[in-house]
Design a protein. Structure first.
Ligand SMILES: N[C@@H](CCC(=O)N[C@@H](CS)C(=O)NCC(=O)O)C(=O)O
Length: 208
């Protein structure tokens, strides 16, 4: 399998899932502004949106979209990263993948980090993200994870969001539970390894 990623983009969640599951995956770095692939090629060849995560499974199968990529990786890992499909908790996983993807990622983080966002749009997004952050803050009070009591791919996605939010001027000061949760997840060896790898990659020049 090949995972197209960009350091500290939302593909960090899929990268974490691969490490948590011990799945064999080749990580291929993308320069998101130009869509160039390291070593040559264009991300649009694999994903019509030119976005990460893009997961090339084999010659016939490519998956895009966080919700699909993360669910697929979780299922490849057995039950380690997601509840079984016949459990009610599976729908809760779908709920949280959708919530992080829409209410937090696309409504809040995407406009804040888009290089061409007008300042007014950025300010509006920083306000709009407060309500969904409050929802997860309250949901996680007294809980270890978003779904059930174990780490799932939804936690990997939320971890990414919480990690980059302060870099976009979104303070987590008002959300002590979220800060503690993010710090707790960072102690997981797979999470720490993925973050360390992406930090090293970010500091290295992109090889066109
Ligand atoms: N709907 C997609 C969105 C993924 C997405 O927004 N990826 C960002 C990085 S966090 C990206 O590739 N941005 C580049 C672009 O949209 O051109 C998903 O859920 O996977």
């Amino acid at each position: 399998m090949k995972l197209f990623y960009s350091p500290f983009a939302c593909s960090l969640a899929a990268h974490i899932a691969c490490r948590e599951a011990g799945l064999e995956v080749d990580l291929h770095r993308v320069d998101l502004p130009t869509k160039r692939l390291e070593g040559g090629g264009d991300l649009h060849t694999f994903n019509p949106m030119g976005q990460v995560p893009t997961l090339v499974i084999d010659d016939q199968h490519t998956l895009v979209e966080n919700s699909a990529v993360l669910t697929y990786l979780a299922d490849r890992a057995g039950q380690a990263l997601a509840p079984r499909a016949d459990e009610f908790a599976r729908y809760e996983l779908t709920r949280w993948l959708g919530f992080v993807g829409t209410e937090i990622h696309k409504k809040g983080l995407a406009p804040v980090f888009a290089p061409d966002s007008p300042d007014a749009v950025r300010d509006h997004a920083r306000k709009a993200i407060q309500k969904p952050l409050g929802v997860v803050e309250r949901h996680l009070a007294g809980r270890e994870a978003l779904v059930g009591d174990g780490f799932t791919v939804a936690d990997a996605y939320l971890f990414w969001a919480l990690t980059i939010a302060p870099h976009g001027g979104i303070s987590l000061e008002e959300f002590p539970t979220l800060r503690a949760y993010q710090e707790r997840l960072l102690t997981r060896p797979a999470v720490r390894a993925a973050v360390r790898f992406e930090r090293d990659q970010r500091e290295r020049a992109f090889a066109a």
